[in-house]
Write a protein that binds this ligand. Structure first.
Ligand SMILES: [Fe+2]
Length: 271
């Protein structure tokens, strides 16, 4: 993988190993089956929704820029807890995609490490690889199900460290290039992308930019919804994005491509 493309394209293309692809595909099948269960059952696997950020979450807000979706977060530090609940309610579909996270961690960790090592070397970020790899317990697999409608995901940049795209059952994913043009992202069954989020923009002292992206509905996804998965890769960071100052969705797409390092840093507060 060539991480030098990050400053030109905004993302890096990585080869998608066939075994990982197969694990992801199987996990998505059981996630789709889980989505069919009654809401009461699904909510048993919630970490309290906006209180603790793991397990099942429903987002069905109304109003401008609200997305209609359900999602599920699995990270290694929550697998045991989630497995325990899934066993208790005897829901095999949940058990399958929760346990898949362990195998997907194995399958993705080499890719993540190569990325972190490359970024550390090319952009001279000492300690970056170690910070990423020692945070493996907090890497989060997000299973997504958009219910449909006109727009599936509004333009945004992710807040964590960086993002590995893992699955989509329909097209519609776009990224905002540094020239201000939206383009379809180059994701197939044999290759995928990693792109920086807000955390890596901060860590790289504004040299790498959190990539803005969105999901357009296609005729088919508007009708029957869309399933996808991403992995959010976190690393030790002493600062967090300060929502209280300005919500990310209130910025225009790509606002962070041009701003100064000082301006960007002012958006964060100590953890
Ligand atoms: Fe995103």
């Amino acid at each position: 993988m060539d991480v030098r493309t990050l400053q030109k394209d905004g993302f890096v293309v990585v080869k998608y190993p066939a075994t990982l692809r197969e694990e992801v595909r199987a996990a998505m099948t059981s996630w789709a089956a889980f989505c069919q269960l009654p809401m009461d059952t699904k909510k048993t696997l919630s970490g309290g929704d906006r209180i603790r950020d793991f397990g099942y979450m429903l987002r069905a807000d109304t109003g401008p820029n609200s997305e209609s979706k359900e999602q599920f977060h699995v990270s290694r530090n929550q697998i045991e807890h989630l497995r325990h609940i899934a066993l208790g309610i005897k829901k095999t579909s949940a058990l399958i995609f929760i346990e898949a996270a362990d195998r997907m961690l194995l399958g993705t960790s080499k890719i993540i490490q190569n990325f972190a090592a490359g970024v550390s070397q090319v952009y001279n970020l000492p300690g970056f690889e170690a910070d990423v790899m020692s945070s493996v317990d907090r890497w989060t697999f997000r299973y997504l199900h958009y219910f449909g409608g006109e727009t599936l995901a509004f333009p945004h940049a992710d807040r964590g460290g960086f993002t590995l795209h893992l699955y989509e059952d329909l097209e519609g994913g776009d990224y905002l290039g540094f020239d201000g043009v939206w383009r379809a992202w180059p994701v197939t069954s044999t290759q995928t992308i990693i792109f920086p989020s807000m955390g890596l923009q901060l860590r790289s002292e504004n040299r790498l930019k959190a990539l803005w992206h969105r999901v357009r509905s296609t005729g088919e996804s508007a009708k029957r919804g869309r399933f996808s998965m991403v992995a959010f890769i976190d690393f030790k960071q002493p600062y967090r994005y300060n929502d209280a100052k300005k919500r990310m969705q209130d910025f225009p797409p790509g606002f962070n491509y041009q701003i100064s390092k000082e301006e960007f840093e002012s958006l964060f507060v100590p953890r």
